[in-house]
Design a protein around this ligand. Structure first.
Ligand code: TMP
Length: 212
């Protein structure tokens, strides 16, 4: 019998520093003998990575953007996430569906109800009527601090080059998702030294009995 799969997503506005904790958490799971799949959205499969390049670089209307995100998600769920969960692995996903609600819903102001409809179609899998993460680590940081962290870090993509007001709306989108399903989220204060943020990540996993 396989252990039960564990699906954990990492979320936050650009510059919140979530990605650096994905590998660290994978190492912690592996040290305790658990197989791990590390993946990301948009992306995670050859097709979804192609859709990522389009979504992050081409101008398009918000519905087109949302559809590309969900198309990439559908392929990723069926090809990578569900099989890994069925093998009993921990799946660590750098962004998942909350990012669509935050960026396309909050940031772009796109219709929340339409996103919920798309979510219900795309995340219905043979294994689950609505596949959602078991835990979402939400890295929270004031948008102006996140923006200052991003300056000069790399060539910004379409989202990273948005003004601070956009990220204020994205953060509000995340807050609404938390309000709709608080038990799924662990809110991590990302405005701390890296070690303190990591300790909060560990505490969130330990309190759920998923790490020793
Ligand atoms: P990343 O830089 O964390 O890999 O994320 C890629 C960008 O794509 C980031 O700016 C957030 C954005 N994004 C959306 O707008 N909608 C989505 O559904 C996802 C998954 C990401």
């Amino acid at each position: 019998m396989n252990a039960q799969g564990l699906f954990i997503s990492f979320e936050g506005i650009d510059g919140a520093g979530k990605s650096s904790h994905v590998q660290a958490l994978a190492d912690a799971f592996r040290a305790q003998g658990r197989a791990v799949t590390i993946t990301r959205e948009p992306g995670g499969t050859p097709l979804a990575e192609k859709l990522r390049v389009l979504a992050l670089n081409e101008a398009m209307d918000p519905l087109t953007e949302a559809l590309l995100m969900f198309a990439a998600r559908r392929d990723h769920l069926l090809q990578v996430i569900e099989p890994a969960l069925a093998r009993g692995e921990a799946v660590l996903c750098d962004r998942f569906t909350d990012a669509t609600f935050a960026y396309q819903g909050g940031g772009r102001g796109f219709d929340w109800k339409v996103l919920e409809q798309l979510e219900s179609w795309v995340q219905k899998t043979p294994a689950q009527p609505l596949r959602e993460p078991d835990l979402t680590l939400l890295f929270e940081l004031h948008p102006s601090i996140a923006a200052s962290r991003l300056v000069g870090a790399r060539v910004p993509d379409k989202f990273e080059s948005q003004p601070v007001e956009f990220f204020t709306r994205v953060a509000a989108g995340y807050a609404l998702r938390v309000k709709q399903d608080p038990a799924r989220f662990a809110r991590i204060d990302a405005d701390q030294p890296r070690e303190a943020v990591w300790n909060d990540v560990l505490a969130a996993l330990r309190s759920r009995g998923w790490l020793q």
